[in-house]
Ligand binder design. Structure first.
Ligand SMILES: Cc1cc2nc3c(=O)[nH]c(=O)nc-3n(C[C@H](O)[C@H](O)[C@H](O)COP(=O)(O)O)c2cc1C
Length: 190
């Protein structure tokens, strides 16, 4: 698939089937991710490929921590635990992308941005192979128990969980039309 076509047609995929992309496909996506631009070649990212039983194990680890840390009768915590328990089971493969946060705020921003570029590369590579993705964030990025399970520092940033798999029926939304109002042409005479 041509690059511009992949960019234009990629959509977040809501429902993924149980069929797993192959290891070779995943490796190809990761390779695309690694070619993302990153200032000073810091290569700030880590990619944690979570598949098979590990999805349930990590989800359970996070859900159990929420329950342990909540007070009895806390309905919000109970709902969060239920959500966490099913979280990573919504795709056959989930890639958590983390970055080590630099003490220098400028470098930290650059590293975060580079990781976002890597994720976009990864999702475009997936799409070009007919594999759908959804970048998910939310509380799972913030739970200490999730970072603990991934084996990263509590100071690291979880940039997102990339859910990967083959699109189910009617799973690919059209997406909203993009506004062009954000574009300003300065010093352009045509
Ligand atoms: C940084 C980031 C975080 C996102 N987090 C979530 C999320 O937690 N849950 C979700 O359903 N979608 C999430 N998305 C997907 C967006 O909702 C989606 O990209 C947006 O609706 C545009 O649709 P498209 O990707 O099909 O163009 C996230 C996307 C980005 C870039």
């Amino acid at each position: 698939m041509e690059v511009l076509e992949a960019i234009r047609t990629r959509r977040s995929v809501k429902r993924l089937t149980d069929q797993s992309p192959s290891r070779r496909d995943i490796e190809e996506m990761l390779e695309a991710a690694l070619w993302a631009p990153n200032h000073h070649f810091t290569e700030p990212w880590q990619f944690h490929v979570i598949a098979g039983d590990e999805r349930a194990k990590m989800s359970e680890h996070v859900a159990a921590a929420i329950e342990r840390e909540s007070t009895p009768g806390d309905e919000a915590a109970a709902a969060a635990a239920t959500k966490a328990r099913g979280a990573l089971l919504r795709a056959p493969v989930v890639i958590a992308v983390t970055v080590c946060v630099n003490d220098d705020p400028v470098l930290a921003l650059e590293d975060y941005a580079a990781a976002c570029c890597a994720i976009q590369n990864l999702t475009l590579a997936a799409w070009s192979r007919g594999i759908g993705s959804k970048w998910r964030t939310g509380a799972m990025c913030l739970y200490a128990s999730a970072k603990e399970y991934l084996g990263v520092s509590q100071d690291d940033c979880v940039v997102g969980y990339i859910y990967l798999g083959y699109p189910g029926r009617n799973a690919v939304g059209k997406g909203r039309e993009r506004s062009r109002d954000c574009i300003r042409w300065l010093g352009w005479n045509e």
